[in-house]
Design a protein around this ligand. Structure first.
Ligand SMILES: NC(=O)c1ccc[n+]([C@@H]2O[C@H](COP(=O)([O-])OP(=O)(O)OC[C@H]3O[C@@H](n4cnc5c(N)ncnc54)[C@H](OP(=O)(O)O)[C@@H]3O)[C@@H](O)[C@H]2O)c1
Length: 352
């Protein structure tokens, strides 16, 4: 009797009702391949966008399996897999998942990671240090590599510089604060509510020196740029690492920039609106875009050292990830709903 595995399939773009759990034959590893039994699948906003049809550049047309990261335990190996062996705890390398390939997958190789088992080349797995628990093996790269790639690889952040991190409760900002602090920078978070600020500051893994709230308790916007400027003793912020970055929010950031400062835009959660770019001229400042895809596309010579540095940070305790929720893979619809609500703090994961 042939064995089966489960995966999530989006058959049409749309709401959470489009996330179907289906069976498929368990793929057998060929030469140079391993089969990983996933213990953790990181969830990302990109997964919601892919389901809705807002991320076609990655998903292509349905059917496809969502999911950009995963990790677990090697369950089967083909011939010629080097030092990979059954039982090793591994993280799929950032270039392993390819959503668009998954709809028409025939061999079971690759595809999105919302599945119980993942077949990939042995070279696309990285050994995990014991410090990373099983439920986080698939939740590292989107937070940590996104932050590392921008702050270290692109920005070359220096000790003593001031970094502002909007959406402080997000998995990316929490990771970015740890990375920036490890580099000796001053870290200021921005979050939407006083309750979230207090909860984040109380986390043992919190690496923000300070967090400023951007809304009043009743949800109304407040002029937070004054607090932020004051927190820098009037000098301004050297680096914004920002997924909100639109309209009034971006306008406030520009007002808070230090000379030669940079706003890195890596998401657009904010409401579009008019922005005054005049201060950029006086400050010799810049607004730049960032996507983790840039360091992944640059190949293993660019992303492998970054991944190693991140794993070393976990191994020696400088980095520690906060999970905001764990959901069984079978409850993927509820997990998407929770992510859409945005009440969580930290990374959401699916557990197969
Ligand atoms: N460019 C890239 O390569 C890349 C890679 C990964 C993620 N991203 C982007 O990074 C963002 C965060 O991702 P994540 O997975 O870390 O998300 P997440 O953990 O779900 O965090 C979402 C947080 O963003 C903030 N937020 C949401 N809507 C907002 C709005 N309208 N205005 C202000 N703040 C808002 C809230 O934080 P507070 O309440 O704390 O403000 C919310 O809790 C997403 O936009 C995602 O697409 C981009």
């Amino acid at each position: 009797m042939s064995q089966t595995m489960k995966k999530v399939l989006v058959e049409q773009f749309g709401g959470i009702e489009q996330l179907k759990l289906v069976d498929q034959p368990l793929p057998q590893p060929g030469p140079g391949q391993v089969r990983v039994k996933l213990t953790s699948i990181g969830m990302n906003h990109a997964d919601l966008m892919a389901r809705r049809g807002e991320y076609r550049i990655a998903s292509g047309d349905p059917p496809f399996t969502p999911g950009l990261e995963g990790g677990g335990v090697i369950e089967a190996v083909g011939p010629q897999v080097g030092d990979r062996a059954v039982g090793q705890r591994v993280i799929l390398s950032p270039d392993a998942p390819r959503l668009a390939a998954s709809g028409g997958e025939k061999s079971g190789l690759g595809g999105g990671t919302y599945r119980t088992h993942y077949l990939c080349p042995a070279a696309q797995t990285m050994l995990a240090p014991p410090a990373i628990p099983d439920d986080q093996l698939g939740a590292l790269w989107l937070p940590y590599l996104t932050a590392w790639g921008c702050l270290v690889w692109k920005q070359n952040l220096k000790p003593g510089q001031i970094v502002a991190l909007p959406a402080a409760s997000s998995s990316v900002a929490l990771a970015a604060a740890q990375i920036a602090r490890a580099l000796g920078a001053k870290t200021i978070g921005l979050t939407t509510s006083p309750q979230k600020r207090d909860t984040i500051m109380a986390l043992p893994s919190c690496a923000f020196d300070q967090i400023i709230t951007t809304r009043e308790s009743d949800g109304a916007d407040r002029p937070w740029y004054k607090d932020l400027k004051a927190a820098t003793d009037g000098r301004g912020v050297d680096v914004f690492f920002d997924p909100v970055a639109a309209g009034a929010y971006l306008d406030s950031e520009i007002r808070c920039l230090a000379p030669h400062g940079t706003v890195w835009v890596y998401g657009l959660l904010g409401k579009p609106g008019v922005v005054n770019v005049t201060p950029l001229i006086r400050l010799h400042a810049a607004i730049r875009g960032w996507a983790v895809a840039e360091i992944v596309a640059a190949g293993p010579q660019a992303f492998a050292p970054a991944c190693r540095a991140i794993l070393d940070g976990f191994a020696d305790g400088r980095f520690k990830q906060e999970l905001g929720g764990r959901y069984p893979l079978a409850e993927v619809g509820r997990a998407h709903e929770e992510m859409e609500r945005g009440r969580h703090i930290g990374k959401l994961v699916l557990i197969p």
